[in-house]
Design a protein around this ligand. Structure first.
Ligand code: SAH
Length: 227
């Protein structure tokens, strides 16, 4: 079973985008996951192919219509589809490595990219969309956010990362930020690699890395230590 991603967007040309290159792109080409980007506008019903309308109650901007988005979803996603349906949204649950892992363990994801002021609330309720945010700032659309989610997920899929253990000690995997890294040359601009990393003593190296991880996390992200 390969991870199947279906993206609903007004800008299908933005896909695969960054997901077409490097690790994710190679995995896509190798069939380790699949990606389809559907144009929401193909489900428009009038001759102007309009997908949005003015907000009920007044105010600035436009709102993506419930009927059009629902038609797009219903055309491509069967009612009993087991995949989680996400709506990229600054109001959503903040994306976390735990959510990324859960998605990677599942059959795939249906991802809706918002535009304008957002999406009519009724389609969020009626199609059971889970709102997911990639951070406390506002993007112009959900496409980049969807690529962030999929990039984080795809690298965890079986066979994607060459070295399977490299995921285990990363930032967030154990509730800590990762320790610093070094590589040759041993001396560069008068700075040397810490001696312990060249000692060959793996117990000492592990202890040093753990200590650096904890100190970095305390300094930069004390909120992570509380959870
Ligand atoms: N008026 C909305 C913002 C709309 S931005 C509000 O104040 O909440 C337009 C679209 O960009 C959104 O529908 C969403 O799909 C996407 N988007 C913007 N910021 C995002 C974020 N931080 N995380 C995920 N998606 C985001």
């Amino acid at each position: 079973m390969t991870f199947k991603a279906d993206v609903f967007t007004l800008y299908p040309d933005m896909f695969p985008g960054t997901l077409g290159a490097a690790l994710a792109g190679k995995a896509l080409a190798d069939g380790l996951w699949s990606l389809d980007a559907y144009n929401i506008r193909d489900s428009a019903t009038d001759k102007h192919r309009s997908v949005d309308d003015t907000p009920a109650g007044g105010g600035a901007g436009m709102v993506l219509r419930a009927d059009i988005l629902a038609k797009a979803l219903d055309t491509h996603v069967p009612a009993n589809d087991p995949r989680p349906k996400l709506l990229m949204s600054p109001r959503g649950v903040p994306l976390s490595q735990q959510m990324v892992r859960d998605l990677a363990d599942g059959p795939g994801a249906v991802i809706v990219c918002g535009r304008f002021e957002g999406v009519d609330e009724r389609v969020i309720e009626a199609r059971g969309l889970t709102e997911v945010s990639i951070g406390d700032y506002v993007l112009s659309g959900g496409e980049v956010a969807a690529q962030v989610v999929l990039d984080a997920v795809v690298r965890l899929l079986p066979g994607v990362m060459g070295n399977d253990v490299s995921g285990a000690h990363e930032s967030f995997e154990d509730g800590l930020l990762e320790h610093p890294h070094y590589t040759r040359p041993v001396e560069w601009e008068g700075r040397t690699i810490p001696d312990v990393l060249r000692s060959g003593d793996h117990k000492k190296i592990d202890a040093w890395r753990r200590e650096r991880s904890e100190a970095l996390t305390r300094a930069r992200r004390p909120d992570l230590l509380k959870t």
